[in-house]
Design a protein around this ligand. Sequence first.
Ligand SMILES: C[S@@+](CC[C@H](N)C(=O)[O-])C[C@H]1O[C@@H](n2cnc3c(N)ncnc32)[C@H](O)[C@@H]1O
Length: 262
Amino acid sequence: MMQDKAIACWEANADTWTRHIRAGFDVHRDYLNVPAFMAMLPPVEGLRGIDVGCGEGSMTRLLAQRGALMHAIDLSPKFLGHAREAERSQSLGISYVLADAIRLPFLDCAFDFAVGFMSLMNMPDQRSAFAEMQRVLRPGGFVQFAILHPCFVPPHRQVLYAPDGTIRALEIGGYFEVIDGRVDRWWFAALPPDERERVAPFQVPCFHRTLSTWLNLVSEVGLTVERLGEPCADKATAEAIPHLAQTRIAPLFLHVRARKPV
Ligand SMILES: C[S@@+](CC[C@H](N)C(=O)[O-])C[C@H]1O[C@@H](n2cnc3c(N)ncnc32)[C@H](O)[C@@H]1O
């Protein structure tokens, strides 16, 4: 997929995405993905961090609130506009820069840690993105990223229900297909029906890779995997927020932390 087409998709998504995320319609994110990601994160207070593919900046702000000195990049000017507006209304000392993940405009060893929260599976050249994160990390620094789980959210995925309406299983397929820029169209799961009628679905460019491809890319650029996470909603949360029940069958998200050797 051409880069300008990817930028066009994210520019088209940015305003509605920002509004919906800030309204709490992405329940998977708020009640599972972000809490699990933050629980897995080592202490970042006083560390220099870079958020790669920051979108409207909510993960960047969380990291800054934990005391990290944050820079963040994204290739969508509109998303960065929303992130900068939030920074202007409540400053956390975050610097947002328009850039492509495959060419980070920072010096070697400039950061203690890097994150990529739900952004790397939307990029065509993950190898270069990992290589760049490795380059800008100091020796001993870490990268932690979250992606759609490659095993359980492959190109084909359907939730199968039992006659009583409970989730029985997942049907998955196409795991070994290399998907390069298929544009998926969807809304956040908890979007109210009236809002669903008003707004067009997001257009999300997807770049599916197998689990082994992801982990091999990480190690091929010189990072050592040190922790994996597969968030699963607890029973009470799944009962309170039924959208999350499917994460008790199989994970939707994969979290990976890897370190640059000293
Ligand atoms: C699914 S959104 C996630 C945004 C944010 N991390 C969050 O969790 O809300 C993916 C983001 O990656 C950005 N992105 C996609 N390809 C990129 C690239 N090559 N370089 C930088 N950002 C990119 C998009 O503009 C979009 O903001």
